[in-house]
Design a protein around this ligand. Structure first.
Ligand code: ZN
Length: 269
């Protein structure tokens, strides 16, 4: 079996502030260590469950967060950014049997993580896909569905885990912390590792038993609405072919071709 892991940082146990997720900051080291431990725990769990090949995408900020020498020696890691529209899902293709999203966090406009955002820390007030608040989890689950690869597990804050189960009722989730306003109640980092490992092992067991339960069907039509923080970004996006301007801060794009939507989001937003 071949497993893909997309690893973000704001949903890692204990993390509550921007300096902790900024490479080079004094408080980054401990957060980096915990992110690496959570990803290593997932690699070990999928390997123990029969995964012969594992690709990990370091999907936060610089794409250079994981201490790769501390991951199992037989996994591959994608670092930095290729500038492919798959962004946090770079390297995923039809050859994978399943994917896991880890360290994920609540969407922009949500209250489930002090660091709630979608793709950019400050650029958007909100994003909606087919009327639903769009998280990175949702966008990336659709990318996986586009490649025919099921998402079997999501780990991160409780809010993104709830959103994941709304989108994919059978997905296994490990909520390692719960955010409210500017703070979080978090599991002890070692307990988080245990919970993540047991959920991932259960996801792998269920994948082998009944893979179709994890299937996410792509919508036939996509309507993406973007409300920018700055009217200048909205004005600029309005020139992309097919983009409708709704008001000074908001644009809308409709298509039945998912890659068209990715392309628009990547180049216009
Ligand atoms: Zn991130």
């Amino acid at each position: 079996m071949k497993i893909y892991i997309s690893a973000d940082m704001e949903g890692v146990a204990g993390i509550v502030s921007w300096p902790e997720v900024e490479l080079g900051n004094n408080s980054y080291k401990e957060a980096q260590q915990q992110m690496t431990k959570e990803v290593a725990a997932i690699c070990e769990a999928v390997q123990a469950s029969g995964a012969a090949e594992v690709l990990v995408k370091d999907a936060h900020d610089t794409g250079r967060n994981l201490i790769i020498s501390e991951l199992p020696h037989d996994v591959d890691i994608h670092r930095a950014w290729s500038k492919h529209p798959y962004v946090m899902m770079m390297g995923l293709d039809k050859s994978f049997d399943a994917c896991i999203l880890t360290g994920y966090h609540d969407a922009v406009y949500g209250n489930g993580n002090p660091l709630a955002h979608t793709m950019h820390e400050t650029k958007y007030q909100w994003l909606k896909m087919n009327g639903v608040l769009m998280s990175e989890m949702m966008l990336n689950a659709y990318i996986a569905a586009y490649e025919g690869v099921p998402v079997i597990a999501v780990t991160g804050d409780a809010a993104v885990c709830d959103r994941a189960r709304q989108l994919m009722p059978n997905v296994k989730t490990a909520a390692v912390k719960e955010g409210e306003g500017g703070g979080c109640t978090t599991m002890h980092p070692d307990r988080a590792i245990e919970v993540i490992q047991s959920e991932v092992k259960e996801a792998m067991r269920q994948l082998k038993e009944n893979p179709s339960q994890f299937k996410l069907t792509l919508p036939e039509r996509f309507v993406l609405e973007v409300c920018f923080t700055s009217h200048v970004d909205s004005y600029r996006a309005g020139f992309y072919k097919g983009v409708q301007t709704i008001d000074a801060h908001t644009i809308k794009f409709e298509t039945d071709d998912f890659f068209d939507l990715l392309r628009m989001f990547f180049f216009a937003c």
